[in-house]
Design a binder for this molecule. Structure first.
Ligand code: HEC
Length: 119
């Protein structure tokens, strides 16, 4: 059964069917050192409250790098998937986010489900 589901997901790259509670654990281990999901709570990185659907570089009281200020992206799930699956400095040369990327596809889908639930 698990094989069937994995096969179906692999055949449907546009469908992000992650598990948000597993994604909360991924967030804790991969992102929480630098990010909080609480509104207004910036750490080394900006708050990721409501990140899915919002404009990049749009937290008013966070001091972004010029690279991210100039990116002018909308953080859709697909954009986040692209951004987080590679080193941040490859996706956005000059960024101050020091992160090498999350290569485990399941963890990434779980994480995106979790981030979508944080509003
Ligand atoms: C070592 C610290 C660090 C880690 C780990 C890290 N980030 Fe970041 N992140 C940052 C910093 C710093 C920025 C601001 C980048 C800039 O201004 O160039 C940032 C920016 C971002 C942005 C853009 C936010 C906006 O307002 O446009 C997103 C999205 C993001 N990070 C998601 C994540 C996720 C999800 C993870 C975990 C998979 C993660 N980051 C891991 C430090 C980190």
């Amino acid at each position: 059964m698990a094989g069937l589901i994995v096969g179906w997901l692999a055949a449907s790259p546009a469908v992000r069917a992650g598990d948000a509670s597993a994604g909360a654990d991924v967030f804790k281990s991969e992102c929480a050192e630098c990010h909080a999901v609480k509104e207004g709570r910036n750490k080394k990185g900006p708050s990721l409250f409501g990140i899915v659907g919002r404009q990049s570089g749009s937290i008013a009281d966070y001091n972004y790098s010029d690279a991210l200020k100039q990116a002018q992206w909308t953080w859709t799930q697909d954009k986040l998937h692209w951004y987080l699956s590679q080193p941040a400095k490859t996706a956005n040369p000059g960024t101050k986010m020091k992160y090498d990327g999350l290569t485990d596809a399941k963890q990434l889908d779980d994480l995106l489900s979790y981030l979508s639930s944080v509003h």
